[in-house]
Design a protein around this ligand. Structure first.
Ligand code: GDP
Length: 173
């Protein structure tokens, strides 16, 4: 099991769609778990792994988000990796820190994915990437040192991210 979290509008649905559209041979089943889950989606990817799409969080719902996600993370048995999405155009925002602090507090192994890299100029993107890289190196314990910059529009970085997911879930193809 891997899970994807990020604030609303960070590009999470688009990324999940992009990840799966490159694997048309894989049957993706969307299931809804009863309970607190209207906003938590489970994608069963063939027999290989399950991707959990966590609810997006924003200015109005940090408390709901933390309650829901914490409840899930406490039950987690086979969660291999958490993918935390950050918008590369604006970098790490205050609301992103909610999720970062949660991953750190629960000592989850997590990976930062930078979304929408097609949107900025190369110069701006480089500046953001360096800033985020510096943050990861100096302010985090559980974050994987390599960033994954992606675009759901150009598919840049999607293949590498898929390989990484395959690797951490033990399905390297
Ligand atoms: P979510 O709320 O995190 O699921 O975000 P969405 O996937 O719905 O995306 C939010 C907005 O960002 C939408 O208008 C998308 O079209 C746009 N978006 C998402 N990913 C990308 C991307 O890689 N590049 C660009 N240019 N726009 C994107």
């Amino acid at each position: 099991v891997v899970c994807f979290i990020g604030r609303s509008n960070v590009g999470k649905s688009s990324l999940i769609k992009a990840l799966f559209s490159l694997a048309p041979e894989v049957e993706v089943r969307v299931s809804k778990k009863p309970g607190h889950t209207k906003k938590m989606n489970f994608f069963r990817v063939g027999k290989y792994f399950t991707l959990v799409d966590m609810p997006g969080y924003g200015y109005r719902s940090p408390k709901d988000f933390v309650d829901m996600v914490e409840a899930y993370l406490k039950e987690r048995t086979n969660l291999k990796r958490t993918f935390l999405l950050v918008d590369s155009v604006v970098g790490i925002q205050k609301t992103d820190n909610i999720a970062i602090e949660m991953c750190e507090e629960f000592a989850l192994p997590y990976v930062m994915v930078l979304t929408k890299i097609d949107k900025s100029s190369k110069g701006h993107l480089l500046k953001q990437v360096l800033q985020i890289q510096k943050f990861v190196n100096t302010q985090t314990q559980g974050c994987f040192p390599q960033l994954f910059p992606v675009s759901a529009v150009t598919y840049s970085g999607i293949h590498l991210l898929r390989c990484f997911i395959a690797n951490v879930t033990g399905n390297l193809d």
